[in-house]
Design a protein around this ligand. Structure first.
Ligand code: ADP
Ligand code: AMP
Length: 216
């Protein structure tokens, strides 16, 4: 299956993607994670992305689209993938449509995670991620690690993302409403969107997501 996850920052896309990707045996492709991996490896791409990310802005399309296509072209993505955080504006959605057309593939579903803004803010404020792998995600209250500050998965150090500070979060939410939300209508026109509530326990949301995907 080829799936796009949409939702505001902090909705729980990465958390859900980890379970869904495992259940469906497809890779979880998160452009935010790819940028953070590049940043910690000190690549050129990472250096370029950092200035936009710390300001809560979108990394320019000419950097992002190429990186996403390269990742989707890897052998493990030949039979499907779960996109998380891409596409994030109409130009990226059009580039993805064109790329899938060219490679004779299509999307199966777009899952839209709906969460009230005050809950999103609580989720982001308590989010802690692992230095070794930013797909290892915790929450100080909702998903506390067994030992404070230590990743349950690999023992890495947990830290708060620089762009999870309050001022930057406000900017990211603004960017979500103005740039990213319009892609939902873009995909509604293709009959691909299912909106589910992302409130409740992680497992409840996963169950809603799996049910939504079954109907497609
Ligand atoms: P996104 O990828 O959409 O930015 P994350 O998956 O990183 O969001 O989740 C944001 C924060 O909220 C994380 O700290 C995560 O542990 C927490 N979280 C995710 N899903 C839930 C949930 N259903 N209930 C409570 N907290 C959650
Ligand atoms: P995320 O991990 O999805 O919350 O993304 C963190 C940050 O990475 C965003 O605020 C953007 O600065 C950048 N980013 C991630 N994905 C994209 C994308 N598809 N287009 C542009 N910027 C992105």
């Amino acid at each position: 299956m080829r799936i796009v996850l949409v939702g505001p920052p902090g909705a729980g896309k990465g958390t859900q993607a980890a379970f869904l990707a495992k259940n469906l045996a497809i890779p979880h492709i998160a452009t935010g994670d790819l940028f953070r991996a590049n940043m910690s490896q000190g690549t050129d791409l990472g250096r370029k992305a950092k200035e936009y990310m710390s300001a809560g802005q979108l990394v320019p399309d000419e950097i992002t689209i190429g990186m996403a296509k390269d990742r989707m072209a890897q052998p493990d993505a030949a039979n499907g993938f779960l996109l998380d955080g891409f596409p994030r504006n109409i130009a990226q959605a059009q580039a993805l449509d064109a790329y899938l057309d060219e490679t004779g593939r299509q999307l199966d579903a777009v899952l839209d995670l709906e969460v009230p803004e005050d809950e999103v803010v609580r989720r982001i404020a308590g989010r802690r991620i692992c230095r070794n792998d930013s797909s290892h995600v915790f929450h100080v209250e909702y998903k506390a690690p067994a030992t404070e500050g230590v990743c349950d998965v690999c023992g890495g150090e947990l830290y708060q993302r620089e762009d999870d500070r309050e001022e930057t979060v406000r900017k990211r939410l603004e960017v979500y409403h103005s740039e990213t939300e319009p892609i939902i209508d873009h995909y509604k026109a293709q009959g691909l969107v299912t909106t589910i509530s992302a409130l409740g326990a992680v497992e409840e949301v996963t169950e809603r997501a799996m049910n939504a995907l079954k109907r497609d």
